[in-house]
Design a protein around this ligand. Sequence first.
Ligand code: SAH
Ligand code: SF4
Ligand code: F3S
Length: 485
Amino acid sequence: MQLSTFFDIILLNEVESMQLPNLKEARKRTNEEVPYIYLDEKYDSEVLKGKKYFVKTYGCQMNVHDGEEICARLESLGLFKTEVLEEADVVILNTCAIRENAHDKVFGYLGRCKHLKREKPELIIGLCGCMAQEESVVEEIRNKHPYVDIIFGTHNINDLQKLVLEVRNRKKLDVNVYSYEGKVFENIPYKRESNIKAWVNIMYGCDKFCTYCIVPYTRGKQRSRKSIDIIKEVEDLVKNGYQEVTLLGQNVNAYGKDLDDISFSSLLQKISDTKIPRIRFVTSHPWDFTDDMIEVIAKNDNIMPYIHLPLQSGSSDILRKMGRRYTKEEYLSLFNKIKEKIPNVAITTDIIVGFPNESDEDFKETLDVVNTCQFDSAFTFIYSPRIGTPAALIKDEVSLSVKEERLQELNKVVNEYSKQANLKYVGKVVPVLIEGVSEKDETKVFGYTDTMKLVNVVASKETIGKIINVKITEAKSFSLDGEEC
Ligand code: SAH
Ligand code: SF4
Ligand code: F3S
């Protein structure tokens, strides 16, 4: 073979295998059946055995759980985990695209990786997660960050081993990001970070298309896992001594809408029947929150009385523009129903300030709802335009400084209610699942109440992994102190 032809073939292969993301494609939804794929993988390679990997994960719990898959996949190649970037032979940045500052953090971190690669040319740098699904990000990396070796997306984490092994045969950045609706993989390997509590995906993707949100594009169509597979996973966790599972989905109450035979309330009941001591779930969209769900949560002791119920805005007008499908009044009535039917429930929320053209009046309505609901805690954000979403096209007349003032004002109110909610615990005895040694004080252990309050506890290390009764002695703004009793 002539040398030039040989190189042509390599180049052609690279071009052909390059799969770039496309947000317009990612928006499409069809009625095509979701493929359920039961993985049966074996990897045996000497190339990277004994080398070290470093994974940096940004974003939501789902991404954290994906991080556990990434770790397991790298370990299947014989790599070991390191917590020190500088020691790594393979670095993977598992990214989040929800707001602009998430992007900024990743590009900042890439700077450190670039520096490292200069000293260590053999270093393999990969980028994955939700940012990888955005064409603007991939373009920027291709143009300005040529030291990145591989980019893969949220739909093909299972390609990771192959991509890492192929890096040495390639000299150029390899992009493998798919924008199709998505499949459901089973038998995914995970290196779980805890042996006490575990994340369990119950569904992937989102079809809600809130007008500000990038997730339906980065994660694809809603696909529920089959209940039989979920239950098997939970039963295995129970066998292995796990005390808690958190069921994950962008919109867990919509679980099963794409299957024939099951709803979220019936799934919750089945999971409760496995007798795992604690069940949590995130996130609940107010739109699909049924009376059946409230009933199942109220009647099963192992389903925790803690609900994250994102409000986003207290103005019905803004909610309509956000495409949230509920009004302020509907939110309040759901909130009150949950509080009434589930004793001792804690409700937390997410709020966005500064959605395009949010008026002072709109913002006051958000404050009104916060004052009425007195949330146990709230995550608050300034609206961040995401390229490709409908809201990003709205001409916004409100300045950033006004938005920042609103955020500050909101945070003051939100923090006050968090503190008050915590103060109500002082003197009470509550069940706490102890997870480890307290970060702040090595003589103490820490854990969470059934209502998801962080507690630093005076107790022996023997209590780690157990649910114990704790008497709360002091309330801080973001945590409680207590002692075993
Ligand atoms: N599926 C969840 C939300 C996941 S994203 C739900 O619907 O409740 C987590 C939070 O990020 C959202 O609740 C919202 O408050 C915030 N968020 C999403 N997109 C945003 C954007 N473009 N700008 C600012 N905050 C955003
Ligand atoms: Fe985003 Fe809305 Fe889906 Fe939540 S429900 S992930 S906010 S589109
Ligand atoms: Fe971020 Fe993707 Fe989660 S955008 S919030 S990592 S689903």
